[in-house]
Design a protein around this ligand. Structure first.
Ligand code: ZN
Length: 223
C-alpha cells in the first residue's frame, strides 16, 4: 500500500510537470519582421516568434534596420530550433531560437550590440550571462553601443504612446487571482508551482470564472 502510494505520487507529479512544459520544435525561417521578431514554419504554418528576453531597436530607431539585417543574415531560410518560453497576450510565442550548435540568436544579438537585454521580461538563468555580454558589448562600443546615449526601445515606444506593442504588460500577467494554462486547460491559485507556467496566460478573478471558462482545477493547489 505504501509503495502504491508513492508510485501514485510519482505518477501525478510526472503528469503535473509534463502538463506545463512546452517542447522545443524545429522549422524553417520564412520571414524576418524585425531584429527580434521572425516567422518560422511550424507544421506547415508560419508561426510568429518574438525573441525572448531581449529587445531590438525599433525600425524607426538607429540600428533597427541593422538589427533586422543581422537576424536575417543569421537565420533567414535556415532551419532553427525554437524553445518556447511563454506566450504574449496576443498568443504569440516568445522563445529562444537556436541555429545549429551556435549560441542562441537572442544571445548573439546582445553580444553583437543589436539588442538590449529586456530586464523586465528576462527571468531565466541565461539572462545573467546575456546581461554580462551586454556590458561587454557596451564596453567594446559594438553595434548600437557606438552611439552616445542609445534610447532603449521600450522607452522609445512609450514616448510614442504605444509601449508593449509586442509584450504582455506586467499587469496582464498578474491581472486576476487565478492563472489558467491555455494549453492544458488547468488553472492554479497563487503559491502553486504551476502558477507562473509558460502557458499560464488566462487570468480569472474568481474560481467560478475559471470553471465557467472550462478550466479544470489543478490537482495540487486545489484552487
Ligand atoms: Zn496548481
Amino acid at each position: 500500500m505504501k509503495i502504491c502510494g508513492s508510485l501514485l505520487t510519482v505518477l501525478l507529479f510526472t503528469l503535473f510537470i509534463t502538463a506545463d512544459i512546452s517542447w522545443a520544435w524545429q522549422g524553417k525561417v520564412v520571414k524576418i519582421n524585425d531584429g527580434d521578431s521572425i516567422e518560422v514554419l511550424h507544421d506547415g504554418i508560419a508561426e510568429k516568434i518574438r525573441l525572448y528576453g531581449i529587445d531590438c531597436p525599433e525600425k524607426q530607431q538607429d540600428f533597427g534596420q541593422k538589427a533586422k539585417e543581422f537576424t536575417s543574415d543569421r537565420v533567414f531560410s535556415k532551419i532553427v530550433d525554437v524553445d518556447p518560453v511563454v506566450k504574449d497576450r496576443y498568443g504569440r510565442t516568445v522563445g529562444i531560437v537556436y541555429q545549429g550548435s551556435r549560441r542562441s540568436l537572442n544571445e548573439d544579438l546582445v553580444n553583437n550590440g543589436y539588442a538590449w537585454v529586456y530586464p523586465q521580461y528576462c527571468d531565466r538563468s541565461q539572462c545573467r550571462e546575456w546581461t554580462k555580454q551586454e556590458k561587454e558589448a557596451k564596453a567594446r562600443k559594438t553595434g548600437l553601443w557606438a552611439m552616445n546615449s542609445p534610447l532603449p526601445p521600450w522607452n522609445f515606444r512609450r514616448n510614442k504612446g504605444k509601449d508593449s506593442s509586442h509584450w504582455p504588460t506586467s499587469d496582464s500577467r498578474q491581472n486576476g487571482t487565478y492563472h489558467g494554462n491555455v494549453s492544458s486547460g488547468i488553472f492554479h491559485k497563487p503559491g502553486c508551482k504551476g502558477y507562473y507556467c509558460a502557458n499560464c496566460n488566462a487570468f480569472f478573478a474568481t474560481r467560478n470564472e475559471a470553471l465557467a471558462a472550462g478550466y479544470k482545477p489543478c490537482g495540487f493547489c486545489r484552487p
